[in-house]
Design a protein around this ligand. Structure first.
Ligand SMILES: [Zn+2]
Length: 379
């Protein structure tokens, strides 16, 4: 059986870790193209200046426009070439990180997430958008980032909603990896650039990835609420550090090398509903996870454990929590149909998938979770 596992070359996290960024730039050369939204760059400007001076390196400002489009990537690559940059830094949230991945093409790339809202920083893939902000395509690179550098002090000072959303994204990781392992489905780690033609078979996940995904879930249950309290106080605690590692590293390796299942596909389906647009990726994934547990008829104790966790940290559990106060039968079927298109990860579930069953799971999950929430609130 073919198996695949992929990861960044280095992962470092610590308080004021950006003060060490120059050290990592130095391993590639003397200058780095800095891709980040001006607001994010300004938040850490003092640390960037300090590390540049200490390690004798230069950050080349890119004037990043905020969208990861083919045009913007070409513009950034031209700057990197003209200025002779030795490496690329993606600093900030999703778009800056994706743009940096596209510019670097898998070479000499340092990712500096300033929020822990998703598990994208460690992966070897990015999402391209049109200049107008619509989905364009997925891009896969020959390598994962060379360095993922996480400054926990910066993340502790970001709004707590980002951290909680990251926990929602991380919540799905174990259940999706478990399903992918049970069905021996292909994992993202096996997706190279371009065509897969010529390979003998798709690669499935490793025991290592499944173990990381399991630790991801266990750490959420153990430290999630404590980390939220630390974030609310803008403080770094051990529980907070554990959740940063969970949201970024464990969930990142777990999803990419362990596989995605129904939770993310249902998330993708839900994006057609206007009401969900004001909610973050991880918030919708949390509901997708609950719907997956209903779809696979997971044990009641497990479903309740997940619901308790979501309610404790403030993650959505039902459709109303993600901006969907009412849904018509037609809308529900559209959501389920989108979740079930042939390319979707829902087909990694270890049983046949039908649109009707997915629609049923969404509605049943909504009802079970709303009633569970009401019972808890009444106590
Ligand atoms: Zn995700």
């Amino acid at each position: 059986m073919r198996k695949a596992f992929i990861s960044p070359t280095k992962y470092v996290q610590g308080e004021n870790e950006i003060l060490n960024l120059g050290y990592f730039v130095q391993s590639f050369g003397t200058s780095a193209l800095l891709i980040g939204h001006p607001d994010d760059v300004n938040r850490v400007k003092d640390k960037l200046d300090a590390t540049a001076e200490k390690f004798g390196i230069t950050f080349v400002e890119s004037g990043f426009k905020g969208e990861c489009s083919r045009q913007e990537v070409a513009r950034l690559q031209a700057i990197a070439e003209e200025k002779g940059c030795h490496c690329t830094i993606g600093l900030g949230g999703g778009k800056a990180i994706d743009a940096a991945k596209c510019v670097a093409q898998g070479e000499a790339l340092i990712i500096v997430p300033t929020i822990a809202a998703t598990d994208a920083p460690t992966s070897h893939s990015a999402v391209l958008y049109t200049p107008e902000g619509a989905f364009d395509d997925y891009a896969y690179f020959k390598q994962s980032p060379s360095v993922v550098l996480v400054d926990t002090t910066v993340i502790a000072n970001a709004p707590t909603r980002f951290l909680v959303s990251g926990m929602g994204d991380a919540l799905s990781t174990y259940f999706e990896a478990r399903a992918t392992a049970a069905s021996y489905s292909r994992v993202n780690a096996s997706l190279p650039m371009g065509s897969r033609e010529g390979l003998t078979a798709p690669a499935v996940g490793t025991n290592a990835a499944l173990a990381l995904a399991k630790l991801c879930y266990e750490t959420l249950l153990k430290d999630g609420a404590k980390a939220k309290a630390a974030s609310d106080s803008n403080m770094v605690t051990q529980a907070f550090e554990n959740i940063i590692e969970t949201n970024i590293l464990l969930s990142g390796l777990g999803f990419e090398s362990g596989g995605l299942g129904a939770a993310h596909a249902i998330h993708d389906g839900l994006t057609i509903l206007e009401g969900t647009h004001h909610f973050f990726h991880g918030e919708k994934v949390a509901f997708g996870t609950i719907a997956q547990l209903v779809l696979e008829n997971a044990p009641t104790e497990e479903l309740h454990e997940v619901l308790d966790f979501c309610l404790e940290v403030g993650l959505p559990v039902c459709l109303a929590d993600i901006g969907v106060d009412s849904i018509t039968r037609e809308e529900l079927l559209q959501v389920a149909e989108k979740a079930c298109i042939p390319e979707e990860s829902i087909h990694s579930m270890p049983f046949p998938i039908t649109v009707d069953e997915v629609a049923g799971a969404i509605i049943a999950a909504d009802r079970i979770a709303s009633e569970y929430k009401a019972r808890r609130e009444a106590k």
